[in-house]
Write a protein that binds this ligand. Structure first.
Ligand SMILES: Nc1nc2c(c(=O)[nH]1)N(C=O)[C@@H](CNc1ccc(C(=O)N[C@@H](CCC(=O)O)C(=O)O)cc1)CN2
Ligand SMILES: Nc1nc2c(ncn2[C@@H]2O[C@H](COP(=O)(O)OP(=O)(O)OP(=O)(O)O)[C@@H](O)[C@H]2O)c(=O)[nH]1
Ligand SMILES: [Mg+2]
Length: 460
């Protein structure tokens, strides 16, 4: 493939910046932009060993002194011949070096193209390539750990046995259907059914991880709602650890929604602080209240704050009615530091309203005032077994493909049990393989064919 080049590091001035190159013949290009201090040509540098030298611009003038490394394929990231230049991290220097590489015959790499080549060259499957993006975008240490384990093949290792079983099933059926005259061992329905059942079980187990995977990667969309002055913005600030939103003792301070991602009980919450909900004639506040309602409609978790220093009012009850429409809701009495300890309020819910997932007290100012909330959130979105890292489904595309695979396996199984002909069962098993292929990028067709022929006698 042609030679691609790109700045691999950020766009701001940094201590060190890296330009990377990949593709057949890239060492000859590097020769034109780098003069090693050891006097050896680039192609003659030791593999994977940093060498000091001068970086040259397109007119051969020195623009930096730094380190370069030659990374011969196939044992490189992309599987091709690669090289890296570690310069001083000035955006100008990096761009000059890049354009020198373009002048020497490289072209700008597209987004993700290095990793795409790694995939195309069989260095990783699609689940691993996606893990690279997840790792770079990870917002929490737990999400990074999961992505790192997926990059190490965690998800691939879960899917491989399922693919193996389905390949075995389909190739057997094919052999029998397409080559009836060959002396091939017959399809044994009980064996096939056992394999399909096992595949279904594994996929089922995998699909159980979707919710945890999505919480881990994308977090939980959470709206904080309540009457004006209940302490919503204070709670957002306390969870964020800095003064994100304006707090005053004037009811109606927050007019628009304010968003911030926070860690609460080890769970990434995408918090939306909202305008206090009340009947108002103020035009701006009215619009804000409308947005609060929208935030509830789009939230997975709603935290209803009730001012702990006052009684529960009719307005609070209306807000509870709204909140219970969300998949999860927690009710919290605020400002618990202002109350005498020990006297827990009993929440009397309006008729017909679902029990909240938790009812507790919070203080946004007292040390440890959020402990109960953190515990409730952690319980609502359990982290799962640490050994599970890397083998969770973390996005909708993956989930959708795994679900289609499972449905097809189930259909195959039903067909088999109903005594359908092999070719009917085959269609479903192949569909399952295809769906798994979308997940891993492994195309089944060729593998099926080679397996069919491996059943033939040697010399045939
Ligand atoms: N400077 C630099 N840092 C980087 C990368 C890079 O390309 N350059 N990476 C990329 O974005 C990531 C690391 N990924 C890599 C994965 C495999 C190989 C590699 O050469 N693998 C060989 C040899 C492994 C070994 O010695 O055991 C192989 O698997 O055959 C290199 C980088 C993160 N850090
Ligand atoms: N002592 C104490 N005061 C609090 C606590 N939480 C909020 N307050 C006070 O209550 C008042 C209102 O707090 P905000 O966080 O602005 O309330 P809000 O719900 O965002 O109000 P609106 O934006 O007007 O809807 C402020 O004076 C806060 O300092 C708390 O946990 N303890
Ligand atoms: Mg507010």
């Amino acid at each position: 493939m042609d030679v691609i080049a790109a700045i691999a590091t950020g766009s701001a001035a940094t201590a060190i910046g890296i330009v990377r190159v990949s593709g057949e013949g890239c060492f000859a290009l590097c020769e034109r932009v780098f003069r090693a201090a050891n006097g050896r040509p680039f192609a003659g540098q030791d593999p994977r060993k940093m060498v000091f030298g001068e970086m040259l611009d397109r007119d051969g003038r020195v623009i930096d002194r730094g380190l370069a490394v030659r990374l011969p394929g196939p044992g490189s990231y992309t599987g091709e011949d690669c090289a890296e230049f570690h310069c001083h991290g000035s955006p100008v220097v990096l761009r000059e070096l890049l354009s020198a590489l373009f002048a020497a015959g490289a072209r700008q790499a597209q987004a993700g193209e290095f990793t795409k080549r790694a995939f195309l060259n069989g260095r990783m499957d699609l689940t691993q390539a996606e893990a690279v993006v997840d790792l770079i975008d990870a917002e929490t240490a737990a999400a990074a750990r999961n992505a790192a384990a997926q990059l190490d093949g965690g998800l691939r290792r879960v899917l491989e046995p399922v693919q193996e079983e389905l390949l075995e099933v389909t190739s057997r059926f094919y052999a029998v259907v397409d080559y009836p005259d060959e002396d091939i061992e017959d399809v044994r329905p009980e064996e096939i059914a056992a394999a399909l059942r096992d595949a279904a079980g594994r996929l089922d187990h995998l699909l159980d991880t979707c919710r945890r995977g999505q919480v881990l990667k994308s977090g939980v969309r959470t709206a904080i709602v309540g009457r004006p002055n209940a302490g919503k913005s204070s709670l957002l600030n306390a969870l964020a650890g800095y003064d994100r939103a304006i707090v005053t003792d004037v009811p109606g301070t927050t007019r628009d929604t304010v968003e911030e991602s926070v860690l609460c009980g080890g769970v990434l919450l995408r918090l939306i602080d909202t305008a206090g909900i009340r009947d108002t004639e103020d035009v701006v506040e009215k619009l804000g209240v409308e947005r609060s309602r929208q935030a509830v409609a789009s939230a997975e978790l709603v935290i209803v704050l009730i001012d702990g220093t006052g009684d529960i009012t009719a307005e609070d009850r209306e807000i509870l009615e709204l909140a219970q429409t969300a998949p999860h809701y927690i009710v919290a009495d605020s400002k618990s530091d202002l109350l005498p300890p020990g006297e827990a309020r009993v929440l009397s819910l309006p008729r017909g309203i679902r029990e909240p997932d938790a009812y507790l007290a919070v203080s946004s100012v007292a040390p440890g005032g959020l402990r109960l909330l953190e515990a409730a959130v952690a319980k609502l979105f359990p982290a799962g077994d640490p050994g599970e890292a890397g083998s969770l489904l973390t996005d909708r595309r993956q989930e959708d493909a795994a679900r289609r695979a499972l449905e097809a396996v189930r259909r195959a199984l039903e067909g088999l049990e109903a005594g359908l002909t092999p070719d009917a069962v085959l269609t479903d098993a192949e569909e399952a393989l295809e769906a798994l292929g979308e997940l891993t990028g492994r195309t089944a067709k060729e593998e099926i064919v080679s397996r069919i022929f491996s059943r033939f006698c040697v010399g045939k």
